[in-house]
Design a protein around this ligand. Sequence first.
Ligand code: HEM
Length: 466
Amino acid sequence: MAGVRYIMISRAEYVDRFMLPDQDNRTKHLMRTNKDRGLLDFFDFSTKGVAFNCDYNYWRFNRQIFSRAMMTACNSNETIKLINNLFEEMINYWINLKAPDDSTIIEASTWMFKFSFDFLFGVLIGRPSFAMKSYYQRLKNIDVTKEIIEYEKYSNCVRNFQSDNLFVFMPNFLRNVPIIKDRIQNLVNDCDFMKKKSMERIRKRRKEIEKIVNSSNFNKNQLGNHLLTSMIIANTPYEIHSQINVDSSLSRPMTDDEILGVLFESFMPSDTISNTFCFVLYYISQDPNVKIKLLEEIKTVFKDDLTRPITLDDLNKLKYCEAIIKETSRIRPAVPLVSRYADHADEIAGYSWPSTTDTLFIMYVRGINNNPLYWKDPEKFIPERFYESQEIKNHHKFSFSMFGGGLRACVGKNISMLQMKLLLALLYRKVDVELLDLNAPLKIKNTTSTICENLDIRIIHKQPIN
Ligand code: HEM
């Protein structure tokens, strides 16, 4: 297509070859795509950030700082507190929206997106983004303040961008075709807005940090654990967990422009988390036995306490919750394709591929995850496959993939699992969830990810509410 050859791989055994390092510990195909593909350059993605960065040195530098910052956020009690607080906020909105029968009907894909956006924004920036609040106020016809409208634009841009992001990979010559041109211009406007606002925030936070570190009673814990701060102080004397044994090209601080590249793309996965979570709600609602087992796990962990905040310690006990999320992602992965650009001659799937062809190897995640070669009754939703089961232990490494693999595996996998596991336990501990139409198929749209377009559910509050 448009001068590029796409090789779709649907067998796990062939995937190692282009995703993992070889016997000499060299990873041959490290780029997700080639630099000239579609409009990557036009959108300024090919040398910025992590996900579509095609410059090895910049990618490596950005990735190691981003991964370190993510690890700090994942191990932080602040992150857990944020989820607990956001959940309380969401439940209170739902209570205010309840019908006379004490249940609330919601469109879950929008609520889950707003929740995930508020969560990621908090983890990334350390501030509220009011995504749920503005959505609630609009549903209730309450006047929305100017400040909140500005934040609302942020989350709307992310959702629009994710919904139309295929245009970024569209061949360059189609850029000026009417209709496509307008859609691309909308994406450009969204990007410009998000970048402008993010840069303002980066500069403001840098100044705040300078003020804090220059105060007479400064101690490192005053700075907090959110990603923006971690990236600003990375490789400076103020970093809390500094990195040892790295080569000198990796040990310099990041510029504002480099931070912007990483920050900008980090808002986008709020959509991927919310799509995955909607699929989770859908599959649980289809299977009463899974719901019973989920409730048993929640009862074992929390006894009958419906309100105590969930802790990092609880997280490790929620094994069935994790199995449900994995089984959902096996059947319906939110990222169904993972690509690697063939920048070296290689032999893959029994064929020789010369280095001169413009070739993308695509790991067809959905195909492999549902291939009867690896899974018995692949179309059946059976979380037990991932729960205290021998079955998964004997499997090929890539027979199930949710977050890709190798050196370019997802940086956000731990934070995403953390959010989804905690939200699942918080939700089913407090309310029951039913699909409004049990027979309706999932309403999805495919872009670079699989988007849940609409999921109407009924929330039944477990405690009598006023
Ligand atoms: C349920 C949620 C998520 C899913 C299913 C998901 C899935 C994926 C997949 C399949 C890849 C490609 C990996 C590969 O090519 O081997 C990826 C890459 C990536 N993800 Fe995620 N992701 C999620 C959430 C997140 C979050 C929350 C963040 C950060 C805030 C994030 C940041 C990234 C980055 C930066 C990359 C590119 C890594 C690189 O090129 O080095 N993801 N993700």
